[in-house]
Design a protein around this ligand. Structure first.
Ligand code: ADP
Ligand code: MG
Length: 255
C-alpha cells in the first residue's frame, strides 16, 4: 500500500488556556488505504473532516492517535532526510492556487524550483523543462515569465499542477481543486488531471464535497460524516447503490 491510515483521531480543542471546551472531533477512528496507481475520492458535507484527513496525510496537521504510513514508513516518525523525500513524493494541490505561489516570483521561476530541488536536470536545461511542463498542462510556455496574479484562475491552477509535477511525485493530494474555478473551466481542469495521470502515472487522492467530481475522477471513494468514514466502495457501485441514508442524500443532491 502506498498510504495506510489506521485508527486516526484528531480533536481540535476550542477556547483559550483556561477554557476547556469539548473540542471538535475532526477525525474519528479513520482507517483506509490507497494502493499504487489508485484514484481515491473523499466526499462528504462541509465540516465532515475531509481537509483535516488530507492535511494529516501531508503531515501538515498532527494527529492525536493512530498511524499513517507512506510506502511503509510512519510519517510522524520520519527524520529530516525521509521527510525531505516524502515532501517530494507527495504533492498537494489546494483549492486556491494563490497560496502555492510566491507572488513576487514568475510562474516559471516557481516551477523551476521543483527541478532545482530534485537536482536531476542540468541548470541550463531547466527553462526548456519548464516550457515542456507548461505545455503539458495546456499553458502557453511564454507564461513562464508571467507573475501569478497575471493569470486567470484556471491558468493559475494549471500552473500549480505543473509545479506539483516538476518533482515527479508518486501521489497527488487534491483538496477541492476545482471549487474556486468557473464552472466552464472545472471540467477542463478535471480532464487535464485524468490526462496527466495517464502520462505521469501518479496515484491520486481527491477531496471534494462534489460527488460528480469523484464519479468522474476516482476508482474508489470514501464517504465522510462528522469525522468518520460511513461508507466506502468502488465509485460506480456506491453511486448506484448507496448503503447509508447520508450517502443516498449526497447522491440525490448531486443529480
Ligand atoms: N485548524 C482548525 N482549528 C479548529 N477547528 C478546525 C480546524 N480545522 C478544521 N476544524 C474543524 O474540524 C472539522 C472538520 O473540518 P474540515 O476538515 O475542514 O472539514 P471539510 O474539509 O470536510 O469541510 C470542522 O468542524 C472544522 O470546523
Ligand atoms: Mg475542506
Amino acid at each position: 500500500m502506498l498510504v495506510a491510515a489506521r485508527n486516526l483521531r484528531k480533536t481540535f480543542r476550542s477556547g483559550g488556556l483556561f477554557r476547556r471546551g469539548a473540542g471538535v472531533l475532526a477525525l474519528d477512528d479513520v482507517s483506509f488505504s490507497l494502493a499504487e496507481g489508485e484514484s481515491l475520492g473523499v466526499v462528504g458535507e462541509s465540516g465532515s473532516g475531509k481537509s483535516t484527513l488530507l492535511r494529516t496525510i501531508l503531515r501538515l496537521t498532527p494527529y492525536d492517535a493512530g498511524s499513517v504510513t507512506f510506502d511503509g514508513a510512519e510519517i510522524a516518525a520520519m527524520d529530516r532526510g525521509a521527510l525531505r523525500r516524502f515532501r517530494q513524493r507527495v504533492q498537494p494541490v489546494f483549492q486556491n492556487p494563490y497560496s502555492t505561489f510566491n507572488p513576487r516570483f514568475s510562474v516559471g521561476a516557481s516551477i523551476a524550483l521543483g527541478f532545482e530541488l530534485l537536482g536531476n536536470v542540468d541548470k541550463a536545461d531547466i527553462p526548456g523543462e519548464v516550457a515542456r511542463l507548461l505545455d503539458d498542462v495546456g499553458l502557453d510556455p511564454d507564461l513562464a515569465s508571467a507573475l501569478p496574479h497575471q493569470l486567470s484562475g484556471g491558468q493559475r491552477q494549471r500552473a500549480a499542477i505543473a509545479r506539483a509535477l516538476a518533482v515527479k511525485p508518486d501521489l497527488l493530494l487534491l483538496d477541492e481543486p476545482t471549487s474556486a474555478l468557473d464552472v466552464s473551466v472545472q471540467a477542463q481542469v478535471l480532464n487535464l488531471f485524468k490526462d496527466l495521470q495517464g502520462r505521469y502515472a501518479f496515484s491520486l487522492m481527491l477531496v471534494t464535497h462534489d460527488l460528480p467530481v469523484v464519479t468522474f475522477m476516482c476508482d474508489n471513494v470514501l464517504v465522510m460524516k462528522s469525522g468518520a468514514i460511513v461508507e466506502r466502495g468502488e465509485t460506480g457501485t456506491l453511486v448506484r447503490d448507496p448503503e447509508s441514508d447520508y450517502t443516498r442524500k449526497l447522491v440525490s443532491s448531486a443529480v
